[in-house]
Design a protein around this ligand. Structure first.
Ligand SMILES: Nc1nc2c(ncn2[C@@H]2O[C@H](COP(=O)(O)OP(=O)(O)OP(=O)(O)O)[C@@H](O)[C@H]2O)c(=O)[nH]1
Ligand SMILES: [Mg+2]
Length: 237
């Protein structure tokens, strides 16, 4: 009985969230904005990757960030240093952003600037490998990050985020030589869950793979002026 009630409650919650996400996406579309939702377990390297991404792309794209954390503006402050508009959302006890919270972020952004002047809004979700993937926020694409330190089995054990992702970044590849980790095994496990996902190994520390990631962002924002002149390792559509 309880189970049926809980399942119905969850369905209603997700249904209401989906309506909010669709509404956010309508706004993004109206303003000509592409929205990306970055998701991973805590510490996989979302903010570090964003720091490099903003530094590289801010001269060619007008970018803003919606930064989600349970508490603090630590990440938001790091990204403000990159010279782009950043709004911080503290989720309190919630382990993910939902569409309503991001709608609040959009309103904060509108107080700072004309949204039609933006090309790209990146949402950095709360660090959590499960819940963020279940709550759409109005994004056009989901980007999941999995660091090499987390283990090859994570896509199999926590499949939802990997199933939903349009792009998977295998992060911190500079650390791979110091670990007993098999990148091919990570890729094979991800492929079991999601055969279509684009997979890009990156290191925010060394910059390896960064250009491939930047080209993917250019592609999804419709600004693919500088296509990569080679087929990058492991990238598959
Ligand atoms: N060696 C190495 N360390 C990295 C790399 N990227 C991030 N780190 C480190 O990993 C730690 C976490 O990085 P963050 O970027 O804060 O991770 P995050 O996913 O934003 O974390 P939350 O927002 O708390 O979920 C920091 O100590 C970073 O310096 C990388 O490519 N290589
Ligand atoms: Mg972060």
């Amino acid at each position: 009985m309880h189970q049926t009630f809980d399942a119905a409650l969850e369905m209603n919650l997700l249904h209401a969230n989906q309506a909010g996400a669709d509404h956010n996406r309508e706004h993004f579309d109206e303003w000509g904005i592409t929205c990306l939702n970055l998701m991973s377990s805590p510490g996989a390297g979302k903010t570090a990757l964003l720091e490099k991404t903003l530094a590289a792309l801010r001269s060619e794209l007008a970018i803003a960030v919606v930064e989600g954390d349970m508490t603090t503006e630590l990440d938001a402050d790091r990204l403000r240093q990159c010279g782009v508009p950043v709004v911080a959302i503290n989720t309190g006890r919630s382990c993910h952003l939902d569409a309503r919270m991001v709608a609040g972020g959009i309103h904060q952004l509108k107080d700072l600037l004309d949204p039609r002047s933006l090309d790209l809004v990146v949402v950095e979700n709360v660090g959590n490998l499960v819940c963020p993937a279940e709550f759409e926020v109005g994004e056009h694409a989901k980007v999941a990050l999995l660091s090499v330190t987390e283990g090859e089995d994570k896509p199999l054990k926590y499949p939802v985020m990997f199933r939903e992702a349009n792009c998977l970044l295998i992060t911190k590849t500079d650390l791979a030589p110091y670990l007993e980790v098999d990148l091919d095994r990570i890729v094979a496990n991800v492929r079991q869950i999601n055969p279509q996902v684009v997979i890009i190994p990156v290191s925010a520390k060394t910059g390896a793979g960064l250009e491939d990631w930047l080209n993917w962002v250019r592609q999804v924002t419709g600004r693919s002026h500088q296509p990569s002149d080679r087929t990058p390792d492991l990238i598959t559509a």
